[in-house]
Design a binder for this molecule. Sequence first.
Ligand SMILES: Cc1ncc(C[n+]2csc(CCOP(=O)(O)OP(=O)(O)O)c2C)c(N)n1
Ligand SMILES: [Mg+2]
Length: 1038
Amino acid sequence: MHRLRTTVSRLRPLTNVRTAQSWSQHRLMVTKGGLRTLQPTRRLNTSVASEPFLNGTSSNYVEEMYYAWLENPKNVHKSWDIFFRNANAGAPPGSAYQSPPLFGGTSQVGSADVRALVGAQPNVQKLVEDHLAVQSLIRAYQVRGHHIAKLDPLDISCVDFDDAPCAVGFQNVEFSHYKDRLCDLTAGGVYGLVESDLDKVFRLPTTTFIGGDESALPLREIIRRLETAYCQHIGVEFMFINDMEQCQWIRQKFETPGIMQFSLEEKKTLLARMIRSTRFEEFLQRKWSSEKRFGLEGCESLIPALKMIIDKSSLNGVESVIMGMPHRGRLNVLANVIRKELEQIFCQFDSKLEAADEGSGDVKYHLGMYHKRMNRVSDRQITLSLVANPSHLEAVDPVVQGKTKAEQFYCGDTEGKRVMSILLHGDAAFAGQGIVYETFHLSDLPSYTTHGTVHVVVNNQIGFTTDPRMARSSPYPTDVARVVNAPIFHVNADDPEAVMYVCKVAAEWRNTFHKDVVVDLVCYRRNGHNEMDEPMFTQPLMYKQIKKQKGVLKKYAEKLIAEGVVTTQDYEEEVAMYDKICEDAYTRSKDEKILHIKHWLDSPWPEFFTLDGQPKTMSCPSTGISEDELNHIGNIAASVPLDDFTIHGGLSRILKGRANMVNQRVCDWALGEYMAFGSLLKEGIHVRLSGQDVERGTFSHRHHVLHDQNVDKRICIPMNYISPDQAPYTVCNSSLSEYGVLGFELGFAMASPNALVLWEAQFGDFHNTAQCIIDQFISSGQAKWVRQNGIVLLLPHGMEGMGPEHSSARPERFLQMCNDDPDVFPKLTEDFAMRQLYECNWIVVNCSTPANYFHVLRRQILQPFRKPLIVFTPKSLLRHPEAKSSFDEMLPGSHFKRVIPDDGPAASSPEKVKRVIFCTGKIYYELTRERKNRGMDDTVAVVRVEQLSPFPFDLVKSECDLYPNADLVWCQEEHKNQGYYDYVKPRIRTTISCSRPVWYAGRDPAAAPATGNKKAHLSELQRLLDTAFDLEAFSGKV
Ligand SMILES: Cc1ncc(C[n+]2csc(CCOP(=O)(O)OP(=O)(O)O)c2C)c(N)n1
Ligand SMILES: [Mg+2]
């Protein structure tokens, strides 16, 4: 509509000025025709109602014609020429049209075509309509050509596109050759075109490239070329993309005549790669016919596809490719894409292979890999890494993205030109797993973008035993990618050249636009889900078809032999050569007796460890910092380092409060965190804090990003003004995702040991939507993949009367997954505390003071290895007047305190103490207040266990020994079946050799984490405090 308006209005300068009356007349008519947005200042030389073709969808076409005519009147059909001349001369409404004169020989159209047009002598209206129809037809191919492309090698796919939008009505014409296809394509219409139009010549719009050098073609040829571009073995789905330039780019890549051509060399390379891919699986099948390997049979083109993407990207300057993939074809990718030594793969099939590393290890099709090598096509070094992953399909996606982002960050690759990611997916998982969607939504966010990922879907049209019609509600498994405007290239994987072409375009797309792109390899699964599985139970007809299906290698080899690209002998020699490579590797594999999972590391940190992968020391220096540093960082935290920057009045008060604290040499929680981050940054450690609303802090306590109140989007991050040579600080509000973002940060933390990477949950309980990352990666990642990770989880936790949600970060779940033995009192060596940390699977803390929080964050970096750290963080303590720490607790020589003993009257006369209450976190402040109120400071000791896991057996023992006459109570505000009780009780008992009972003071067992009723909350709290301080509460109990 807008285009029509501009086109027609552009005519104005060439015409006579018309009267106001004609304008209002025009406007009226246009409104009738449904066009509403005309600008009143424009005047027209001809009425739209009088020239009825000038409405609705014809606008593009008229505009095209007009521009072409302006360039040179000969560019357009004579009838248009006359129309524009008449209009230009100010012809009255309705009279700009004239029947065209007989065509002369001046048109660009070939003379035979012209004769066809001349012979037809169409009336102009029909001519215009036909041109419009052809334009619509071209667009229909671009939009829906993929619906009728021959994508399915089995030809059994029955995707239902019925709810695709309808086009104009179908005319009852005999269109014998094309009718059915066009009907499919245009949802029932052929736009009024008839058989006799096929030989008429039509001018091509600028939105197509099918003409090549020609600007007009007969309809028959137009359809033929569109069929070639859009309806063969490639289905291009892209017209939903909003960006015009991107659409044009894709059209050009697929429509330009003859664009999909390969040189002889390229064809030979492709054949060689197909041989490797196919013969690798055949070799495994021959040698280990009863072993699960999740073979690639039916999608062998995946290997050359990946290699093409990597080759092209390497040619464009990419130095590192980080990949994530599921089980299907993984061994093949390791062997033929990453180029892991074959013997290392084969030896994994040997059941007698001994594990050299501690931990559980993992099955062979989950392990990761890292390999640097020469890319033969680009002649450049390239590093390929495949990230280890659990069975949980798609869970690795955000992890790969995080690692990619980190590598880009550390090498200053701000545009994704040097480091990229490739993600592989199965069709069922891609459509079914929500994490795919979460990951896509990170793809264009400034702090999370990896500047374009190439996604490759192994679309074998089945997921285990489930058909697509039961597995998804969308026509394609790839529809999820449309949310980010990623083009989707569907391709029949039985046509390796078509596959190569789309992969080449996908790599170029990423290199050009730095946005995601999807290659959908439509294929089949020759065997069952794994090699032991019988697919005929559930997919009998599909598998009858598959049995008849000739293998893709065979088909392609025959094609190349027929084309004379290779001889049968060449082909057989190539096959024999690769078979021999496999046989030789197989022989060597028998010498492998020990499996080193270390050799399967996806993210080695060579500088960080000794040569044999051990920590360089078993000690940790003091985590304190100097008074000067505390002052300096504190002052930065209290300041606005930019000039002319107006902050909110409320924030000025907060900063003033910080300045006062610095003067008084104390820290609250936010300032303690500031000190930790700031000091690490100053020491060259990158700090990255990510999560929902972390910049301000959910509880409005952090304010790491200041916003100018007068200038939109002007921000200031004082943490980046600590010192000129500091490491950069990244603080980023994330999308509203836990699974995706936590996975991303875990991946980020994988890339380097010299970074403190923290993910904060909005409230601790929300972490459960990221449970898979916690269970499968954080808690068990090192055991499975010998890969360390120092990620920090900040989980706001505490019963504060806010209801069942927003209360519990579920400490019991984290503690239940700790690997320390509750029943064994460990050997206390000099380096016990450090060794214990080294051996645990993660560290779980609940700090009660800002200083301890400060120390534990710094320890995370200063300790000589990396472990995940789970911190239950406070809410009300953020502003609690007593939850402050003196600078003295943070000076050089100070450390993180695993246990904070009582330091009041009870500790001075321990023999008088009747009860020791062990606790953790915020309840400490409620306990000490109650104790004071009850005047029991000398009879009850309150001991804080700040590091819950690994359990500080040594320090708890000292505390128990210090109070020989006291009974022992574990007090928590959480319900009995939740919180810490089940974890600490057996450990305290082990500590004291079960010599005394460990009593419980806390809420009763419950299903929900907290009550929704404030009054009930308070009375529960009072009850548990009463129990804690009732020295008779447990007498007589056993
Ligand atoms: C999150 C998750 N749920 C279930 C499974 C069990 N499972 C393993 S493979 C598979 C089918 C996957 O189908 P698809 O994604 O199409 O890959 P294909 O095996 O066909 O290559 C299922 C359901 C899993 N591994 N992960
Ligand atoms: Mg599948």
